[in-house]
Design a protein around this ligand. Structure first.
Ligand SMILES: [Fe+2]
Ligand SMILES: [Fe+2]
Length: 481
């Protein structure tokens, strides 16, 4: 078996898992393939399926050479099964089986738990493609359109990655789950996707950038935790997915950053000093910073719900079993078993938010969420540095974790962005201060006019600092004409 080298592109399904010799799985995947292509044509990017897009495709999982750029029609993209190289003699790094050799087959006692983890991760991948399918029509540039489609084809590949695990390791019920992953639809009242944030709409490009910044970053955290899994095929799959995921968050961070830049620039040019003078800023055809803040509030809070309840037996069980670790588990200085020790969790007690130490195993969702918030703040600081550069008096700030929650400790209360608890009526009255109003949404949607000319950008977003694959500014990333 060729672990590290090039990907086999001979068959229908590019792979580095020696599918040619694994005929049972190969046939199962070949049977699944037409359904996948049907799903892509029904639910993938609308209106651009026949256009040539300058995309990167993995031709090797070698860190130096895995991305090769070329023009391709999206339905002909090489969706493949790519695992990161095996670590020789890898050992389980945490939980009850710490120190034992990593599993190459599904451990029988944890089969159901493991399948559930894979299905939940798998379900998010096609969901975001569905959410983003209309955005090509309003792309602010060909550069941005390419990035959107790159993210979309890679989310499609991530679905393949999870389906491979289901088909190879879970027999008949794995096949059933693989079919259902193609049957659910984001936002469908009867067959929705499994997690809330993946049933929300992504109606405009600001939403897309916020989604890739905040929600793809949840994906990163989950993949980081699963990359530590004692089930080695899952670990290797997730490790390779993370290399692709980094680009998605880059798209989000720089997308929002370029909007911030353009807004500040337009304000400076027009001599508008007050960032809260929304009417004047909007007249310049750019998105005012308070509305950006509200969008960040929305996407951040929806994404926090993806981490589940702060105190969770499922998370404890998955860690104890060695299936899902912590963010950068190997760098944490403790026993990696967590049968003793505590973790501080924010809780709601008698209507107040208090910090409480809970058993470390029970607080694992909270811990991953804390790591996520730290990671989110890095990009927010970069956005604020842009604002500072223009001397605008405004700071983007992530809302309190109790703000606008539907899952966990704070689902029962309403809180303003700073965490102050509000009575229901007060919240209803002031909601539009914290979250995008109908008017805000209409304003943003009104700005979404396509710009398909190479090298040109819509007026509400600054060009990127450098092109993709070092291409010049006027490069034709998508052949739209
Ligand atoms: Fe993904
Ligand atoms: Fe992603």
């Amino acid at each position: 078996m060729n672990d590290i080298g090039n990907v086999d592109y001979q068959g229908l399904i590019p792979n580095n898992v020696d599918l040619a010799r694994d005929t049972r799985v190969k046939h199962a995947l070949e049977r699944w393939h037409p359904g996948y292509l049907n799903w892509w044509s029904d639910m993938g990017p609308e209106g651009f399926q026949e256009k040539l897009v300058y995309l990167r495709t993995a031709v090797s999982v070698d860190p130096k050479g895995w991305a090769k750029f070329d023009y391709v029609r999206m339905p002909e993209y090489k969706w493949g099964i790519l695992l990161a190289p095996a670590v020789p003699d890898r050992k389980i790094g945490f939980g009850a089986h710490k120190g034992e050799p990593a599993w190459q087959e599904v451990p029988g006692e944890y089969r159901a738990m493991l399948r559930r983890l894979i299905v939940i991760q798998g379900d998010t991948e096609p969901a975001s493609v569905e959410q983003q399918r209309a955005l090509g029509k309003t792309a602010p540039s060909l550069y941005d359109m390419r990035n959107l489609f790159q993210v979309n084809v890679e989310e499609g590949r991530h679905l393949w990655a999870m389906v491979y695990l289901l088909q190879k390791y879970f027999g008949a019920d794995g096949r059933e789950e693989a079919e259902e992953l193609l049957a659910r639809r984001s936002g469908d009242p009867d067959t929705p996707r499994m997690l809330g944030a993946f049933n929300e709409k992504t109606p405009d490009w600001l939403s897309f950038f916020m989604f890739t910044y905040f929600t793809d970053r949840d994906g990163k955290m989950q993949l980081e935790a699963l990359a530590r899994s004692g089930f080695d095929p899952l670990s290797r799959t997730c490790r390779f997915m993370l290399t692709e995921e980094a680009h998605h968050m880059f798209v989000g961070e720089t997308g929002v950053g370029r909007i911030v830049e353009r807004t500040c620039q337009a304000m400076q040019e027009a001599g508008v000093e007050d960032p809260h003078d929304i009417a004047r800023v909007r007249k310049l055809g750019v998105i005012d910073l308070p509305t950006l803040q509200k969008k960040a509030n929305l996407h951040f809070s929806l994404t926090l719900d993806l981490f589940g309840s702060e105190i969770s037996t499922n998370a404890a069980n998955a860690f104890h079993a060695g299936l899902k670790g912590r963010f950068r588990e190997e760098r944490i200085d403790d026993d990696h078993v967590l049968e003793r020790g505590t973790y501080p969790v924010l809780r709601l007690k008698d209507g107040n938010i208090v910090n409480e130490d809970v058993p470390a195993l029970s607080g694992l969702n909270m811990r991953l969420r804390d790591d996520y918030v730290t990671d989110c703040n890095v990009g927010v600081a970069r956005w604020n540095a842009v604002i500072d550069k223009y001397g605008v008096k405004f700071k983007i700030k992530l809302p309190h974790v109790a703000f606008h929650r539907h899952i966990g400790e704070f689902a029962a209360v309403h809180a303003e962005a700073d965490g102050t608890i509000l009575a229901e009526a007060e919240w209803e009255k002031r909601r539009d201060e914290f979250l995008p109003s109908a008017g805000d949404r209409a304003f943003i949607e009104g700005l979404m006019q396509p710009q398909y000319e190479p090298g040109k950008f819509a007026g509400w977003i600054a060009p990127p600092k450098v092109g993709i694959d070092n291409k010049p500014g006027d490069f034709e990333y998508v052949k739209v004409a």
